[in-house]
Design a protein around this ligand. Sequence first.
Ligand code: NAG
Ligand code: NAG
Ligand code: NAG
Ligand code: NAG
Ligand code: NAG
Length: 374
Amino acid sequence: MDGFVVKASWVVLFFQLMLSDQFGEVEGWDNVISWDDMRLDEHDYVMVSRRMRRDDHKWDFVALEDQGGRNPNRFIVVDGNGRGDSATVQGAVDMVPESNSQRVKIYVLPGIYREKVVIPASKPYISLIGNQNQSNQTVITWGDKASDIAKDGTVLGTYRSASVTVLSDYFCASGITFENSVNAVVGGIGMQAVALRIAGDKAMFNGVRILGTQDTLLDDIGSHYFYQSYIQGTVDFIFGRARSIYKDCIVHSATKTYGAIAAHHRDSPYDDTGFSFINCTINGSGKVLLGRAWGNYSRIIYSYCDIDDIISPPGWSDWGFPSRDRTAVFGEYKCRGKGADRTYRAPWSKSLSYYEAKPFLDMGFISAEKWLTL
Ligand SMILES: *[C@@H]1O[C@H](CO)[C@@H](O)[C@H](O)[C@H]1NC(C)=O
Ligand SMILES: *[C@@H]1O[C@H](CO)[C@@H](O)[C@H](O)[C@H]1NC(C)=O
Ligand SMILES: *[C@@H]1O[C@H](CO)[C@@H](O)[C@H](O)[C@H]1NC(C)=O
Ligand SMILES: *[C@@H]1O[C@H](CO)[C@@H](O)[C@H](O)[C@H]1NC(C)=O
Ligand SMILES: *[C@@H]1O[C@H](CO)[C@@H](O)[C@H](O)[C@H]1NC(C)=O
């Protein structure tokens, strides 16, 4: 019997070592993002209605955690009309304990939330959930731009202009609109206005809308999956250093003149980052570029996308650095629509073969097998 116990603990240790990542944190399957993390089930809805009938409007989140640490229905209700646990999204985030280690669902009732939200790195496993397929009814909006002055007197800059900033890992969102309400003039100085900045690792966005003009979505650092979402902007409206797949998304150009969809930043050929757009619809207005090389090894691939006649014929830009023509990885694979015509494309961009496109078509590109079960 003793021998068995020893062996069993060795087996556990072995698996912990096997699963532990570079930060020494043990990853169990609890850490994986699944569909359940992005919606409320019937039991959750019963809990929501119960909680919203409470008179004192108070709910001590930590106390609930103590009552049943394993309670899978840990969630916080946000209602702008004051009948939930918090009237603001930030208030709900503040209720999540530091070093949170279990999934917490923040259910945001329909409404317009005019606030700037920051989810700190110390609070992983947060879900932001609106009603499914009704993302346009639950809107988080703010209107800072890069040239604005912060409270401390410094210029805000692009990164700090974000309406919603996510710094934590294992974040997911569903049925929510993230908006920056600044209406930037194309080419305007200091008009960068980020709606969403995602700088946590392992995040999924399902059926969300991300709205802005210049620099809408700062897909900053980490591995991310955007699914059936709508992203709107004018210039570099999907930008950053992340490793992301955009699948079945609508990428909507709102420029009346010129602009660019994606600006990916990659400095080394050994960097595993890049933006892969798969089966997306690219439409809207203007004549935009598919991508611009921000950094020598910028990597952007469009596969199986439906591209309307809104693309500037060269399609791609080296950001004025001809040396990047040799190093940037810009590819198109089996796209359709008038905008997919490659006749006048920058000659250094590529029409990919299946074998070249394959690594970007596979969910393995974002190591999904380690953190997503869909
Ligand atoms: C949301 O839309 C999807 C796809 O159209 C559908 O399968 C699903 O049933 C919808 N969910 C709700 C709650 O309406
Ligand atoms: C929200 O989306 C629904 C379904 O896509 C649409 O019917 C409705 O008009 C939209 N509402 C607004 C305010 O955009
Ligand atoms: C491509 O996207 C469309 C629209 O979102 C969806 O209906 C279709 O199932 C997708 N096709 C594949 C092969 O994923
Ligand atoms: C863009 O594509 C989506 C999905 O097919 C469609 O609903 C929308 O009407 C299109 N918008 C424009 C301006 O063509
Ligand atoms: C990018 O390439 C140029 C030209 O080869 C080089 O001078 C520069 O140092 C590179 N930048 C980085 C960040 O590696």
